[in-house]
Design a protein around this ligand. Structure first.
Ligand SMILES: [Zn+2]
Length: 145
């Protein structure tokens, strides 16, 4: 997760107003892909990482992502659905649940319903120190993703 946090720092400032998210995918031994949030309408962190292993076969992948994958289709397709539909990914570690009311647990539901093992809260303090200032607050207008 700390590697995902490191990735997420690369997202600034292009990702704004979307939050800077980082993602790392590992097989049994190694990091096989990494990604971060690109400019609005471009790759989210999860999609950014997945494109690097698009055509590769793996038996069991784990994904580490600093923020709950998005459940809704905004300017980009839902990351939670993309992960749910990827049979190579069996476990997802999410550091922080997305407070944006368009997501807020719905991304996790999509993953769980697809039979994925979902773990919440890994490195939440470290990730939160960086990420919290960029997350949705009720006073904001909902921004396009
Ligand atoms: Zn997304």
């Amino acid at each position: 997760m700390l590697a995902a946090l490191k990735q997420s720092r690369k997202a600034l400032p292009e990702c704004l107003p979307n939050p800077p998210v980082g993602c790392v995918i590992v097989d049994t031994q190694n990091i096989v892909a990494q990604g971060y949030t690109h400019a609005p309408g471009k790759y989210h962190a999860e999609a950014d990482a997945l494109r690097y292993i698009e055509l590769q076969a793996f038996d069991y992948l784990k994904m580490y992502v600093t923020l709950e994958p998005c459940s809704f289709h905004g300017r980009t397709p839902s990351c939670a659905l993309a992960i749910a539909n990827d049979p190579r990914i069996h476990e997802i570690y999410v550091s922080i649940i997305d407070p944006d009311p368009r997501n807020n647990g719905q991304g996790l539901d999509i993953l769980r319903k697809a039979g994925k093992r979902v773990h919440i809260g890994l490195c939440a303090n470290e990730v939160g120190d960086f990420l919290h200032q960029y997350l949705f607050t009720p006073t904001q207008q909902a921004e396009p993703n």
